[in-house]
Design a protein around this ligand. Structure first.
Ligand SMILES: [Zn+2]
Length: 73
């Protein structure tokens, strides 16, 4: 079982593919993150930073790990 911390409120949540808000704990936190993100991007209007890409890569790695886990059942 993989647990992750919600990047917004730091609450520990279970990572599973049924959680459509992952890596957030809830819709509220997801919207909060998207809101802040969009604001920033609109103002700066810059392409993705390496940090953004790193986040995306980590998300993909976790999803891949979960896929492997379910294949090994
Ligand atoms: Zn949260």
């Amino acid at each position: 079982m993989i647990k992750v911390k919600c990047p917004i409120c730091n609450k520990e949540i279970e990572w599973n593919s049924n959680n459509i808000y992952r890596p957030f704990c809830s819709e509220r936190c997801k919207m909060k993150d998207l809101g802040g993100w969009a604001d920033e991007k609109y103002h700066i209007s810059s392409p993705l930073t390496p940090e953004d890409l790193e986040d995306e890569r980590i998300v993909q790695e976790i999803e891949q790990a979960l896929l492997n886990q379910s294949n090994n059942k």
